[in-house]
Design a protein around this ligand. Structure first.
Ligand code: ADP
Length: 422
């Protein structure tokens, strides 16, 4: 409850003084008639005083309702509408364009300015046809002026960067109800969504293709066995081993897809710690010894015994297994794979091979999913085409990266760069 003070106006004080004089006169004047007149005047004075006092009491209440300061204290915040609108428009990521009946721009925001990049450098009062030659934009605004709302209009720009927009245009009704006075268009930037969608589609089609190949082989050999080859002791063993090879290829592919999805989706938690690199490389080399032996490849662990790196041991092992296995697979006969380490601003782990090398034009895309230099050879080796993509994402997850250099006829060097502990 607020504290109110009753402040009498000057007129009330004068009345009070008159009132005092009248009382004194009633007491002092000997005439009865005069006393009665003075008493009547006092009564009138009292009545006026009470009324004045009441008015003074009511006034602060009325003031309380109207006062700006009081409203700010107890009521909701109020904003100036034009300022609010301006802030909303300039803060929007979507481009906003309002045209009048003559298709001239009457309002726009920064995002629309960036979208149209107009010459001369303003949008206002320019004709829509001066801003863009895109027929989809023009016809959407034209329809809106005829009172037809248009949504989902796909607009593409072909500047230095290809951008894709989803345009929605609504008619702005005139105040007298006589058709549309103008049209308001909102350009939603869907470039990123479109790109992700096409990556997803490409990935799905790659996966289906990669799965279909071994599956077709499995079905074909099962059919051959069913139609008589089962009786042929020699061939049925061969066919069964082909079926097994293809089935394990599918298995490997699904494992790699799940792994990559988990890493990319941020569902892999790293447990980084200091790792004795020499010992870890030895473990990886032992696990690949049979493969290396059957390919006649010699693996050398040249990592210094005291080398320590900071990483998640299991994930680093996974990266090294992929790189060393590739070094074996894509090597020449009796070739070599050597693992070394260097320490600088970042720790580097180098996997060098003496294979045929990778042609320069392939290097930039080598770490993309399913990218292969020689598709047939990769399949022949049982590869999924996802190994290097997994290495790349694991290296990024560590705050590092993986790079490659290669010389045709001499070999390739893959390098894992890891941030140093600290
Ligand atoms: P995969 O080995 O399953 O085919 P990767 O993602 O591991 O898939 O490798 C992608 C491609 O990069 C391989 O198919 C191969 O063409 C090329 N590649 C990878 N490592 C080497 C290497 N050490 N030497 C030559 N080419 C390589």
């Amino acid at each position: 409850m607020p504290n109110r003070q009753i402040v009498l106006p000057a007129s009330a004080l004068v009345l009070l003084a008159v009132f005092a004089v009248l009382i004194a006169a009633i007491l002092l004047v000997p005439s009865f008639t005069a006393r009665v007149i003075f008493a009547a005047l006092v009564l009138i004075g009292v009545a006026v005083l009470i009324r004045t006092a009441l008015l003074v009491r009511i006034a602060p209440n009325e003031h309380h309702i109207d006062s700006k300061a009081d409203r700010n204290e107890s009521g909701p915040e109020t904003f100036e509408l034009s300022k609010l609108l301006e802030a909303t428009m300039s803060g929007m990521r979507e481009g906003l364009l309002v045209v009048n009946r003559d298709m001239r721009v009457v309002a726009s925001n920064n995002a629309a300015y960036r979208l149209f990049n107009p010459t001369p450098r303003r949008l206002e009062s320019q004709r829509l046809t001066e801003l863009t030659r895109n027929p989809a934009i023009y016809s959407a605004f034209l329809d809106a002026l005829k009172g037809i709302e248009r949504t989902g209009v796909k607009v593409e720009t072909h500047g230095p960067e290809r951008l894709v927009f989803d345009l929605r245009v609504v008619p702005l009704a005139s105040t007298n109800g006589a058709g549309a006075e103008g049209a308001l268009g909102v350009f939603f930037d869907i470039t990123r969504i479109e790109r992700l969608e096409s990556v997803r589609q490409e990935f799905l089609s790659n996966v289906s293709h990669e799965l279909r190949t071994p599956l077709t082989a499995i079905l074909a050999f099962v059919e051959t066995l069913e139609t008589g080859a089962m009786e042929d002791q020699e061939s049925n063993h061969r066919f069964l081993s082909i079926i097994r090879k293809n089935a394990s290829r599918m298995h490997g592919l699904i494992d790699d897809i799940l792994e990559l999805t988990a890493i990319e989706g941020g569902n892999v938690q790293l447990r980084s710690a200091p790792i004795e690199l020499h010992a870890l490389v030895n473990e990886v080399v032992s696990s690949l010894a049979t493969k290396a032996f059957s390919n006649g490849i010699v693996i050398t662990n040249d990592v210094a015994p005291e080398a320590v790196v900071h990483a998640d041991a299991r994930r680093l092992e996974q990266m090294l297994t992929n790189l060393i296995e590739n070094g074996i697979k894509f090597n020449r006969e009796k070739g070599q794979v050597t693992i070394r380490s260097e320490s600088g601003t970042r720790d580097k782990i180098l996997v060098e091979d003496t294979g045929e090398g990778i042609p320069a034009q392939h290097l930039a895309r080598l770490f993309e999913r399913f990218y292969r230099v020689d598709r047939a050879r990769s399949r022949e080796m049982g590869g999924t085409g996802l190994g290097l993509a997994i290495v790349k994402h694991l290296a990024l997850l560590h705050g590092g990266e993986v790079t490659v250099t290669s010389e045709l006829g001499k070999g390739s060097t893959f390098v894992i760069h890891l941030p140093r502990a600290g």
